[in-house]
Write a protein that binds this ligand. Structure first.
Ligand code: HGY
Ligand code: MN
Ligand code: MN
Length: 410
């Protein structure tokens, strides 16, 4: 294959400029889905895609595609990318390296005057994080037929704004149908968001699959009362039950011999006052494992614990599973292509399964898919101090370039 080189300076300039959008004091970014900062990030990606000569299309979910034609114009494209929405006060690398890395792959091919047989498409998926509008991976989920458009448009944030209204407001409710179409394969380059590559002192991993997970919403309804005169044995304290369930989540994940992880991440207390017994607590539970049966068992057990906690405290409660994604292995041929690409780039590597969810979870249902991981310093992510060495981002992008070229020649 003709030598094609990543332009590290150009890529770094873009990344630094992009990191200024929604930048936080502590060095992270705050660009939640469909926020004004997310719109600015989208506008920048569209501008850069166009400058790179890509045909830009925006679909009904605001997914942004940049297409580079191939010698076989009507052949199914090689699709690669990630997301640019962030956590509230999240990291600069999560998702972004996959989108800007995809753009750099296209520009490096242009620099070397290299065409590909198949068309290439770089994509920035909408609402991958799912922190403002649950569930996560909503843009890729509609694209892959997992959710219908109305369901997605009706999703509400905590202030009652719907996804559809906000997408309209920022001007990204595109005309392109958001539905499954013929994709030759999908690659996603992403920071590992865990400690394994750094622990092994390795620059890259071929990702063989993604954990399945369940997201649940629980609401306990007790009774507000004065924190002073109310006798302890008459209280109906919604937060005490929440604490019980949180402790149960931790106990269930301690079950021997499973890779199960569990988190109570979002908790809203009402009236949330120092001298009032909590009346209502709404909280979330996130269980994940590479084995679907393990997640199923954990969801069943925690529902029993919720019922017991409510009974002990005399509470009413609501339970809703808001999202369930099955674990599944990626396509072996795509994994092998990533390994071949890593060997062509000439670096050591390992194979990993992802504990984090990605748009690749859903793409894997409609097209051969695999991922490339680069190290997260201190294994940190979803935090403003998230960091990846630039040389590792470049290595991951070189691997992406090699993998894309291989598949585009099929
Ligand atoms: O939840 C996840 O793993 C992803 O960041 N949406
Ligand atoms: Mn991500
Ligand atoms: Mn994330």
């Amino acid at each position: 294959m003709v030598d094609v080189a990543i332009d590290e300076q150009r890529f770094r300039r873009r990344f630094d400029e992009f990191s200024d959008i929604g930048a936080t004091e502590a060095g992270g970014v705050n660009r939640p889905s469909l926020s004004d900062e997310n719109r600015e990030a989208r506008d920048t990606v569209v501008e850069w895609f166009r400058e790179a000569g890509l045909e830009v299309r925006i679909d009904e979910m605001g997914n942004v595609f940049g297409r580079r034609t191939g010698e076989r114009g009507d052949a199914a494209p090689v699709l690669f990318g990630s997301h640019i929405d962030s956590q509230y006060n999240g990291g600069r690398y999560d998702g972004v390296v996959g989108v800007l890395g995809g753009l750099e792959v296209v520009e490096a091919l242009d620099d070397a005057d290299v065409t590909t047989e198949r068309p290439l498409e770089v994509v920035a998926w909408s609402n991958e994080e799912g922190v403002r509008f649950q569930p996560d991976m909503l843009g890729s989920g509609v694209f892959c037929g997992r959710f219908d458009l109305d369901y997605a448009y009706e999703r509400e944030d905590k202030d009652g704004n719907t996804f559809g209204e906000e997408l309209e407001r920022i001007g990204y409710r595109g005309d392109e149908p958001c539905e499954p179409r013929d994709i030759h394969c999908y690659f996603e380059m992403h920071v590992e968001q865990g400690p394994f590559l750094e622990r092994e002192d390795l620059p890259v991993a071929a990702v063989e699959g993604v954990f399945g997970f369940s997201w649940m919403n629980v609401t306990f309804e007790g009774q507000a009362n004065h924190a002073g005169p109310t006798p302890m044995n008459t209280r109906r304290d919604a937060f005490v039950a929440t604490a019980d369930v949180t402790e149960s989540v931790r106990r269930i994940t301690a079950t021997e011999g499973t890779d199960l992880v569990g988190t109570v991440g979002s908790v809203d207390v009402w009236p949330n006052a120092i001298n009032v017994i909590p009346e209502t607590v709404e909280f979330t539970i996130d269980f994940r494992s590479y084995d679907d049966g393990t997640v199923d068992a954990a969801v069943e057990r925690i529902q029993r614990e919720i019922a017991h906690a409510a009974e002990r405290e005399g509470l009413d409660y609501e339970f809703e599973e808001i999202m369930r994604v099955d674990a599944d292995p990626f396509d072996q041929d795509c994994i092998d292509t990533v390994v071949d690409a890593i060997e062509a780039v000439g670096c050591e590597y390992t194979r990993l399964v992802s504990g984090a969810g990605h748009d690749a979870n859903y793409l894997n249902k409609i097209a051969p898919t695999s991922m490339i991981f680069v190290p997260s310093v201190d294994g940190v992510s979803h935090r403003e101090s998230e960091f990846t060495e630039w040389e590792d981002v470049v290595t991951g992008t070189e691997v992406l370039l090699e993998a894309v070229r291989r598949k585009a020649a099929e």
